[in-house]
Design a protein. Structure first.
Length: 591
């Protein structure tokens, strides 16, 4: 996992300054791109395109979105109440972080029953109502499926732990230690310290890639696959549109349990850094993915498989699609683009080109924000131009050819609000790793709806995490009224992406490909229709670009701004000598 954290000093002040200094109404127009990559998307001629190809998938962290019963924790009925908002924003599907019964050690990623709903979030009936109401809003529901591990309170593990001869013993990864008090090998948990936990009842150790309370399932046992695929069918039968597969590259471990090699330095928990060859992304996982794809594809309606795929390079990402066979995940997340974590035009160009050209025409899925990483506002912001930078990020998300995934609150510029005292931390890694690792609470604070108590999230006296202090100005209600708000920037981009034929399907070609400061690209329109050019200044200095579309076979007799956050670019009529102010975004139609 790529857990990045940063503080957000001065963010509110800077946001307010920028918002008030902008000219409202400036964002009423067009998009822009330059460099030709064209790869044929994988699609049988004449076949209807799957719904997810052009979708906006919106991640909801259920604890933090909307509390309907005043207990300070978000719930399913709360999400149902907010469907109008999501529809207006332009959301096609919700990825629901885990809502299953759970001791909540890892806030739902420790599941104790795969076929029910945690009472904190509601009931199965509330879930069915959410699916039905969402459908009326043209919104699908995607479940988070955690297949690598269960909770230690899951009946499977309780049985497995009870004796060495229990029929479920082999459902988990149990081994003898190397000696008294010495674990089977040097593997470490992603969340700090040894990945092995000793169980005195049976004198063996079990493997846990994540928390001690999250024992890993043994995927070499076919009964595990069967049980998990049954859970998958349970939700497909209830009408879900697909799954986001949690930590999916970690399903298998080296059967010989070879020690990991130490790399350099130590991590936030003080452990030596290890090479993860024996614990991550083992090739066996692809057989499981192909079988899972067969199960999911047997249901009507283009159900989708999305992967949480932090991978080292594009070649590995391609394998998760099934490469040229297109028979594994539909949308493994491209974590190389959104988690570049610095505004480097060359790096973004290279990574966008990679996913355009090196995944056998499969559909890219781009994401900048989730519940495990400091918010993109802070990861990309420079503390001075944060709002403009957030617009650059959003423009990339919605104007490349990728399916777009976003995280609640990203659209209003919610910031990372990291606890300042260890005693306030809720996420256990923030307690284990304090002060170097302060945990993920900062990116999980309640959604900011309005200026009322708890930002409209809850009527409780206290909420499970505190509402961020900037909620009086950073919220849906206030930003909805402000034409130049980030929320309205998102809405316009999402609408443009939905309606403009070039942005919808056009091949992407990089322009001005050696420019280290400005990322520009073309989305080529269908014959006779306009193309779109996007140009994004990645620096705090004004930049001048001249874009040549000849190589892409596009003439630019008529240039018209579709969207920009700079008033001088509003009236641009040519692709030569375009002056982009610091961190400006420009999207234009060309014909
Ligand atoms: C990835 C999830 O996104 C994260 O929140 C969780 O802690 C780990 N997987 C373990 O399930």
């Amino acid at each position: 996992m790529n857990l990045m954290r940063s503080t957000r000093t001065f963010a509110l002040l800077v946001f307010m300054l920028l918002v008030t200094s902008l000219n409202p109404g400036v964002w009423a127009q067009a998009p822009l791109f330059t460099s030709a990559i064209a790869s044929a998307p994988h699609q049988a001629p004449g076949a209807a395109e799957p719904w997810w190809k052009h979708a906006l998938i919106y991640e909801i962290y259920p604890r933090s979105f909307q509390d309907s019963n005043g207990d300070g924790v978000g719930d399913l009925k709360g999400i149902t109440q907010r469907l109008d908002y999501l529809q207006t924003l332009g959301v096609d599907a919700i990825w629901l972080s885990p809502i299953y019964p759970s001791p909540q050690v890892d806030f739902g990623y420790d599941i104790s029953d795969y076929e029910n709903v945690d009472p904190q979030y509601g009931t199965l009936a509330d879930f069915d109502e959410l699916v039905a109401e969402a459908k009326k809003h043209n919104i699908r529901i995607i479940m988070d499926m955690v297949m690598n591990h269960t909770s230690d309170k899951h009946p499977w593990f309780i049985e497995s732990k009870s004796s060495r001869t229990n029929p479920k013993r082999d459902w988990y990864v149990w081994r003898d230690g190397k000696g008294p008090g010495i674990p089977p090998n040097n593997w470490q948990s992603e969340f700090g310290h040894s990945a092995w936990q000793f169980d005195p009842t049976t004198n063996q150790w079990y493997y846990h890639k994540f928390y001690i309370q999250q024992p890993d399932l043994n995927w070499r046992n076919p009964a595990v696959e069967k049980a998990m695929f049954d859970a998958v069918r349970f939700w497909l039968d209830r009408g879900v549109a697909g799954f986001r597969l949690d930590a999916i590259p970690t399903l298998f471990e080296d059967p010989q349990l070879r020690d990991a090699k130490e790399t350099s330095g130590t991590n936030a928990y003080g452990d030596p850094n290890l090479d993860n060859t024996y614990t991550d992304n083992l090739p066996e996982v692809h057989d499981v993915m192909r079988r899972l794809r067969t199960v999911v594809a047997s249901y009507p309606g283009d159900r989708v498989l999305i992967g949480e795929t932090y991978l080292p390079n594009i070649q590995e990402l391609d394998k998760w699609y099934g490469g040229a066979s297109h028979n594994e995940l539909n949308l493994p997340m491209d974590m190389q683009i959104g988690f570049t974590n610095k505004l480097d035009a060359g790096l973004f160009r290279e990574r966008i080109e990679d996913v355009e050209t090196k995944v056998h025409g499969n559909q890219p899925l781009v994401v900048f924000d989730n519940h495990d990483n400091a918010r993109s506002w802070n990861r990309y912001g420079d503390g001075v131009h944060d709002a403009a930078i957030a617009r650059v990020v959003a423009t990339m998300l919605f104007t490349t050819r990728a399916t777009a995934m976003m995280y609640y609150g990203e659209e209003i510029g919610m910031v990372t609000t990291t606890p300042s005292r260890k005693e306030d931390v809720k996420d256990p890694i923030g307690i284990i790793g304090w002060p170097k690792e302060k945990g993920r609470d900062g990116e999980r604070t309640p959604m900011q709806w309005d200026t009322s108590l708890n930002a409209g999230f809850s009527t409780a006296a206290t909420t499970w995490l505190p509402v961020a202090p900037d909620y009086k100005t950073v919220n849906v209600e206030v930003e909805g009224r402000e034409p130049s708000s980030l929320l309205n920037w998102y809405k316009k981009l999402i609408e443009l992406r939905r309606t403009d034929p070039a942005l919808r399907d056009g091949a992407l070609t990089m322009l001005d490909s050696t420019n280290p400061n400005v990322l520009s690209y073309l989305r080529k329109g269908p014959a006779g229709a306009a193309s779109v050019v996007v140009s994004l200044n990645f620096t705090a200095q004004p930049q001048t670009v001249s874009l040549d579309l000849a190589a892409a076979g596009v003439t630019a007799n008529n240039v018209k701004t579709l969207m920009t956050d700079d008033s001088s670019l509003q009236s641009a009529t040519s692709l030569t000598h375009i002056v982009l102010p610091p961190f400006a975004s420009w999207v234009a139609s060309v014909q």
